[in-house]
Design a protein around this ligand. Structure first.
Ligand code: NAG
Ligand code: NAG
Ligand code: NAG
Ligand code: NAG
Ligand code: NAG
Ligand code: NAG
Ligand code: NAG
Length: 417
């Protein structure tokens, strides 16, 4: 089922964001949290209109398998099935021992919806499956920066820990008057703000600003493996490339209070998601999540594995039957095959990409992403140690030099013993 994958995100920031011109700020050393670390995943309720209790339970157990603690249930005000699906999600979570919380999507909700939002919080804040943090019910948003949580807290008979999405960390000082307890950043990809595309690799410049501006308040950091969207109104790719491991390495260094993966499921754009599994990324995420929660600076690998990802065509290929131009950002991408090696001991990775000569790379223990130049044709991966083959497999998709429509999603696969 497609929704059990980490699929690229197609939701966008709804409004323009002022660019913060501060240089990277040092982490505020006063900031100390004694609360536990949790990892959440953003879940688009708007595309699961017909989910059954079992569908919910299945997604939740898959998420629990890699250490995800809760789904942030992104809800739009306009979907008539929101109350039904929220009730099913809370029930399913209670039955499988998972947690959930609501993330109000302010592309739809407005500052005038206080009464309805309060009603949802009153209904769910004390639910057995509600995610609690510091003994208060977690609630979050997509945008909605200026919403005042004071009356919602006053109208709910259970404590609330409000972690709205702030589009600019500099908004924090004024947010303090809106009864918020921290902030969630949506900057999981290299950007100067808004949806601007900048060269990779991803840095922690935005996280550093949030952490500095928030002081002792809760910072919920975003993690995402990829971003591609191909619509009339939004047609771009962020420069992610090695992001599936790089971002987690950054998280382990920063040790933010909380982490939210964006996102668990797609926006339903089967045109570029179907036939492009992302499941193997969960194998990488699992040891990283475990390391983050234990405060470790590197992940511990128990089972050796290769996880690879690559696009279906080199960027120079012109697609012949697309009503839209090639996505913005592709000039900044490299034509590469990316391979994360998960190793208990150093080994040699050999990648043969299409007609290119085989390339061998010495890779250390742990989780490391290597890359080789993309070649058209079959992709093959061999891991050897002391002259002995340990893992050997071929990519699940051949790279081609023709296409009808642009697809800058990646095929993600693995080679296991
Ligand atoms: C849900 O089911 C209804 C009725 O069968 C159908 O019209 C609708 O398209 C379905 N929604 C989704 C997202 O599959
Ligand atoms: C808000 O609550 C009112 C009164 O219960 C209801 O009529 C309306 O449909 C609700 N709106 C949303 C967006 O939930
Ligand atoms: C809080 O309100 C909910 C929903 O109305 C209710 O089920 C619950 O019993 C209330 N809890 C307390 C402590 O009053
Ligand atoms: C953060 O510090 C301020 C001022 O010292 C204090 O009022 C507030 O309760 C603290 N918040 C948390 C979440 O610790
Ligand atoms: C181009 O795409 C359109 C829309 O998907 C399709 O109807 C048409 O058959 C395609 N043309 C060719 C030459 O493949
Ligand atoms: C590919 O690997 C080389 C060597 O480690 C590195 O310098 C380069 O930045 C990588 N390219 C990308 C796009 O990650
Ligand atoms: C990898 O497997 C393929 C197909 O079974 C085989 O032809 C090839 O010799 C193997 N390579 C190594 C290095 O073991």
């Amino acid at each position: 089922m497609l929704l059990k994958q980490f699929v690229q995100l197609a939701a966008v920031l709804a409004s323009a964001i002022p660019i913060c011109n501060a240089s990277a700020l040092a982490r505020n050393s006063r900031r100390q949290s004694t609360a536990s670390k949790y990892v959440f995943a953003h879940f688009m309720v708007g595309i699961v209109e017909n989910y059954t209790l079992d569908d919910w339970k299945s997604d939740m157990t898959t998420a629990m398998d890699i250490g995800i603690d809760a789904f942030a249930l992104n809800c739009a005000s306009v979907d008539s099935y929101t109350p039904t699906q929220l009730a099913l999600a809370y029930q399913a979570a209670e039955e499988v021992g998972f947690k959930v919380f609501i993330s109000f999507d302010f592309a739809y909700w407005t500052n005038g919806d206080t009464a309805n939002i309060t009603q949802y919080m009153q209904t769910y804040a004390g639910h057995a499956a509600q995610m609690q943090y510091n003994d208060a019910a977690v609630v979050s948003t997509f945008v909605g920066d200026s919403f005042d949580w004071t009356p919602v807290k006053a109208g709910t008979n259970h404590s609330i820990w409000a972690l709205p999405n702030l589009q600019d960390p500099a908004e924090w000082s004024s947010d303090a008057q809106r009864s918020v307890d921290g902030a969630f950043s949506w900057y999981a990809w290299p950007t100067d703000g808004g949806n601007s595309i900048i060269p990779g690799p991803m840095t922690t410049i935005w996280d550093d600003r949030y952490i500095s501006d928030l002081g002792n308040a809760t910072y919920m950091a975003p993690v995402s493996p990829w971003f591609f969207t191909h619509f009339n109104s939004k047609n771009w790719v962020f420069i992610c490339e090695d992001l599936p491991t790089r971002r987690w390495d950054e998280i382990l260094t920063m040790q933010p209070d909380l982490v939210e993966i964006i996102t668990w499921n797609d926006d339903g754009s089967s045109e570029w998601a179907s036939g492009f599994p992302h499941d193997a990324w969960r194998d990488i995420y699992k040891p990283y999540i475990q390391a983050y929660k234990s405060g470790a600076t590197t992940p511990t690998v128990d089972t050796e594995e290769i996880v690879y990802w690559y696009r279906p065509t080199p960027k120079g290929v012109t697609c012949t039957n697309d009503s839209l131009p090639a996505p913005n950002g592709i000039d900044l991408l490299s034509d590469s095959i990316f391979v994360a090696t998960m190793l208990t001991k150093a080994a040699t990775l050999t990648v043969t990409s299409g007609g290119n000569a085989a390339i061998s790379v010495d890779v250390p223990a742990g989780i490391v992403t290597s890359n080789v130049t993309m070649g058209v044709g079959q992709q093959s991966f061999v891991l050897s140690r002391n002259g002995e083959t340990i893992l050997n497999g071929t990519g699940g998709l051949d790279i081609v030099d023709t296409c009808e429509t642009y697809n800058y999603n990646v095929y993600v696969g693995s080679v296991t013993a």
